[in-house]
Design a protein around this ligand. Structure first.
Ligand SMILES: Nc1nc2c(ncn2[C@@H]2O[C@H](COP(=O)(O)OP(=O)(O)OP(=O)(O)O)[C@@H](O)[C@H]2O)c(=O)[nH]1
Length: 182
């Protein structure tokens, strides 16, 4: 079976760990220093449930409530990973605005999305509760994970899940004999 090609964008405030998550998933290591991203694409080929995938991960420049949402992020992208840091209230609050801008610009009512609260290794500095994360994820019709790009906690699960969500929304590999497994 040929590899399915999928493209996902990482969106969120500056310094929440978007690049670190992508690097941890694709290259398997953690980068301690902070180098602000302009835009970068990572590619990883992997197998999930017997299917090969070629996943392109678009690592975007950090956004804030005033940034214009780049229109090219609404095209040619199959799913979105919204990232905040559990240590930063403002990074959490910005997610809702970004999500609404994306729906507005794409003209869709729902997109395959995952909400990620990163830096969960920094528990002592927590500024956003798990409950708040879950509530926002419900609003976005998205799965919710807390991750640590540093310790690798839940990093693979996030990318595996977005691949499954993208397939689901396209009626892809999850469809068997007309029955959809959700
Ligand atoms: N403790 C901890 N630090 C993290 C984690 N993820 C990222 N960092 C650190 O947070 C800083 C910012 O990480 P980046 O991955 O560059 O963040 P970004 O969201 O890509 O930033 P922009 O390019 O500005 O959008 C770096 O110093 C990372 O080492 C994490 O899970 N835990």
């Amino acid at each position: 079976m040929p590899a399915k090609q999928r493209k996902v964008a990482l969106l969120g405030f500056r310094s929440v760990g978007k690049s670190s998550l992508a690097i941890q998933f694709v290259e398997g290591h953690f980068v301690d220093n902070y180098d602000p991203t302009i835009e970068n694409t990572f590619v990883k080929v992997f197998k999930l449930k017997g299917q090969d995938y070629e996943l392109r991960i678009v690592d975007t420049a950090g956004q804030d409530e005033f940034s214009l949402f780049p229109s090219h992020y609404t095209m040619d992208i199959h799913g979105y990973i919204f990232v905040y840091a559990i240590t930063s209230r403002s990074s959490f609050e910005i997610v809702r605005t970004l999500y609404e801008k994306l729906l507005d610009m794409s003209g869709k009512q729902q997109v395959p999305a995952i909400l990620v609260g990163n830096k969960c290794d920094l528990l002592r500095d927590r500024a956003v509760s798990i409950e708040e994360g879950k509530q926002l994820a419900d609003y976005m019709h998205a799965a919710f994970f807390e991750t640590s790009a540093r310790s690798r906690e839940n990093v693979n699960d996030v990318f595996n899940r977005i691949v499954m969500e993208m397939d689901k929304s396209e009626g892809g590999s999850q469809n068997k004999g007309g029955c959809t497994i959700s």
